[in-house]
Design a protein around this ligand. Structure first.
Ligand code: AMP
Ligand code: MN
Ligand code: MN
Ligand code: MN
Length: 280
């Protein structure tokens, strides 16, 4: 039986486990095909690949790219990408540079609210080259501003709250082009999370498909069982392939553990249907 998990994060972005530890954890959980999909960064893939070989796991090269589309932030997952494709590498590097600028803006916002030294504090939680809101969240929890990551986001880090800084990410066209150009497949991550109205969702699905996007993430901890059914229906209707992922960030910070996913609804075509996965 294949146990496939196509969405998770390591310390290279905002996960808690190093790429090697993450792969070891996946192996313990019975995963045999794992995509590492760090935010806007592919540098964990080399280490993950070595660990995967040791654990007999098929590692899929992935990334979760931050995009601004019609004024909203979307996440586009690239699967089976070539991490050495220069336009992809350069594009991700420029997103990471933008993250540093946003982090300074978040810290300025928090400073105005009387929370000091949050930039330095957030950076103490980074291990790779990437800074994100999760690092601020861990710092704010450490300082006692909220009891856990989820509530600190709600209180401080989302739109309308004291530590929110708006930001312009890559365009949808750029993200899909980098993924496709590198030989990969583009997937819209956790589509229900964007709370798009019917017409906006329709526009997104059409534009994404016209750009060459091929997949929708159907199974995600961000989705209720009704949303799983609804997006399975959209995928079938739009001829999009179905993906699944735990969006695992580490022990204690994730709703789904690695490899503990419900099956895709009947009628979905899995994105891995023609991958020729070698059963190990
Ligand atoms: P960023 O890309 O830096 O804006 O951060 C996005 C990341 O923050 C997501 O990938 C999650 O790991 C985390 N995140 C976003 N919203 C929440 C939330 N409401 N509760 C917990 N974590 C969240
Ligand atoms: Mn994250
Ligand atoms: Mn995401
Ligand atoms: Mn994610």
């Amino acid at each position: 039986m294949l146990n496939i998990d196509l969405h998770c994060h390591s310390t290279v972005s905002d996960g808690l486990l190093t790429p090697a530890r993450l792969v070891e954890h996946a192996a313990l959980r019975g995963v045999n095909v794992l995509a590492l999909t760090d935010h806007d960064d592919v540098t964990g893939l080399a280490e993950a690949r070595i660990a995967a070989r040791e654990k007999n796991i098929t590692l899929i090269n992935g990334a979760e790219i931050s995009v601004t589309w019609q004024g909203r932030t979307l996440h586009i997952i690239g699967l089976r990408i070539n991490p050495e494709y220069p336009p992809l590498e350069q594009g991700l590097a420029s997103i990471r540079a933008g993250r540093e600028e946003r982090a300074r803006n978040i810290a300025i916002q928090l400073e105005r609210y009387g929370i000091h030294d949050s930039l330095e504090g957030a950076y103490t939680y980074t291990e790779g080259q990437l800074i994100g809101r999760t690092h601020f969240a861990r710092f704010l929890v450490e300082k006692g501003y909220a009891k856990d990551i989820r509530s600190v986001f709600k209180k401080y880090l989302v739109k309308g709250k004291p530590g929110y800084a708006p930001h312009q990410w890559a365009t949808l066209n750029d993200a899909v082009s980098w993924i496709r150009g590198s030989g990969g497949q583009a997937v819209i991550a956790h589509p229900a999370r964007y709370q798009l109205g019917k017409n906006v969702l329709e526009a997104l699905l059409h534009e994404f498909r016209d750009l060459g996007g091929v997949g929708l993430e159907i199974i995600s901890p961000s989705h209720t069982s009704d949303q799983i059914k609804l997006f399975a229906h959209h995928a079938q209707r739009m001829n999009l392939l179905a993906s699944c992922g735990s969006d695992y960030h580490g022990p204690g910070e994730s709703y789904f553990d690695l490899g503990q996913l419900p099956p895709l609804p009947a009628g979905c075509i899995p994105i891995w249907h023609n991958w020729n996965i070698e059963q190990k």
